[in-house]
Design a protein around this ligand. Sequence first.
Ligand SMILES: Cc1ncc(COP(=O)(O)O)c(C=O)c1O
Length: 358
Amino acid sequence: MSRRATGPRLRAALDGIPAYVPGRPAGEGQESFKLSSNENPYPPLPGVLDSAVAAAGSLNRYPDMAATALFAELAAHFDVPVEHLAVGTGSVGVAQQLLQATTGPGDEVIYAWRSFEAYPIITQISGATSVRVPLTAGEEHDLTAMAKAVTDRTRLIFVCNPNNPTGVAIGRADLEHFLDRVPQDVLVVLDEAYREFVRDPRVPDGIALYRDRPNVAVLRTFSKAYGLAGLRVGFAVAHAPVAAALRKTAVPFGVSGVAQAAAIASLRSVPALLARVDTLVAERARVAAALAEQGWTVPDSQANFVWLRLGEATGAFAAACEAAGVTVRPFAGEGVRVTVGEPEANDLLLATAAAFRA
Ligand SMILES: Cc1ncc(COP(=O)(O)O)c(C=O)c1O
């Protein structure tokens, strides 16, 4: 056997995987706001923090791998059977488990593009092939084209509703029509990371849609509206075979006891948390209206961010924001996604956007 120092053989499927670009942290040296990761600007509610701190007292123990108490709380909250639930390290962790459960080399995964930047990464890691279907000119999912893109090799379709980074959401009639067209053996993942920010009544709740559709799984997270991004806990609601497959593909003990305790406390604090979400939704309306007033085209966002399709001006706009003390998320040559944050941050963004136009 050759002893040449070539290093261990790594899977060729990993070659060329795009790096996940995390939102840049707020700058240093001046008052600076991070509007680059769609985080919740509010610190944890006191009761949630207390629960997390209390759970930290048992850090010498492994967490409850079955997340029994959290499952019971989720089941009651969403009126779903416990066997229809699975948790993971953030909803991106659950998305990766879904791919592990359904795909391998030679299989195809369909999603809109541009959409959540983790989709191409986790698809490629699974060994499957991405099939990207461009958004329409109106920044919407092209569901007709996505349905046509299904082949015998399609195993999973991500539908990001509302879509990251554009914020645009799909209405009930369009989504149901699409689901009716997808073969029963293809898993459709409704990624609803921003569900709590949706105010358009035409946008369906995926948990209502999954109930009589065995090939639909809904992804939700505690990272955004619930403000627990740092604890990494997300979940799926899906029929029993899919949920069971998710338990098989989970990293053992992946969701910490601290995260489970904080998630339970959050579900018990829903009115207080949703009051904060209402404030952010009001800020979203204020930001979108002010940007439109300045002359920007702002797609209707149902999430906690807005999208500016700046094309070649993307880098310059992001740099202007950075200089002003607001970190945004640029997608080179395409546009900038700006999280709706605290009012001072939003004011700074609006002033920078106005100056940029001038
Ligand atoms: C559409 C979408 N899905 C999933 C996630 C993952 O969130 P988390 O892993 O924190 O639950 C994000 C985070 O940005 C997102 O935008």
